[in-house]
Design a protein around this ligand. Structure first.
Ligand SMILES: Cc1cc2nc3c(=O)[nH]c(=O)nc-3n(C[C@H](O)[C@H](O)[C@H](O)COP(=O)(O)O)c2cc1C
Length: 171
């Protein structure tokens, strides 16, 4: 798939097959996330790779019982690490750049997963403290996105988008 096919093929998947994800594919996804740009190249984020069933189930509870999270054989949790970004950018690094860094890395991971024939869904609705507890994240990190990754269990729904004429503003 070329880049534009990858972008068009990516759809949120909320049902995963029992089929495991190959270790090489997970490695490739993590390497791709690690190529994401970050403010000052400080990489103000951390990635947690979750595979144990009990941890995936704990994430479901932390994320409003979105039970498809536990169906995915691999779940990545992207966390902002404000202290890393603060080194270069003080307050702006703390509240903005570390969150943006984590967000961009998660986006790279999503697209890499699609290019490898896998499916994902970005999960943002969760209780931060419950996520910390579920997978043992320290207090100085902020969970930003949960990304379940697996083979699709059913065809995802294609979602609409705004018209460019509504979205793009020329001045
Ligand atoms: C910041 C953010 C938070 C999201 N949180 C959730 C979520 O908690 N649960 C869920 O099922 N989907 C979640 N989504 C996925 C969106 O619902 C989905 O991207 C949107 O409906 C467009 O569909 P598509 O991804 O298939 O293009 C989230 C997406 C983003 C970017």
């Amino acid at each position: 798939m070329d880049f534009f096919e990858v972008v068009n093929e990516r759809h949120s998947t909320r049902a995963f097959a029992e089929r495991p994800v190959e270790a090489e594919k997970v490695q490739k996804i993590l390497e791709t996330a690690n190529r994401a740009p970050s403010a000052g190249d400080l990489q103000g984020y951390e990635i947690y790779r979750i595979t144990k069933p009990e941890h995936r189930s704990a994430l479901v509870q932390a994320a409003l019982a979105q039970d498809f999270i536990a169906e995915a054989p691999v779940v990545l949790v992207f966390c902002a690490n404000p202290a890393r970004s603060a080194v270069g950018y003080k307050e702006r690094g703390v509240w903005l750049y570390s969150v943006q860094d984590a967000t961009i890395a998660c986006t790279f991971a999503m697209l890499a997963a699609t290019a490898l024939g896998l499916s994902t869904v970005w999960v943002g609705a969760f209780d931060e403290e419950a996520v910390r507890q579920a997978i043992g994240i320290p207090q100085d990190l902020t969970p930003v996105a949960i990304l379940p990754i697996g083979y699709a269990g059913k065809k995802p729904r294609i979602t609409p988008r705004r018209e460019l004429s509504d979205l793009v503003h020329e001045t």
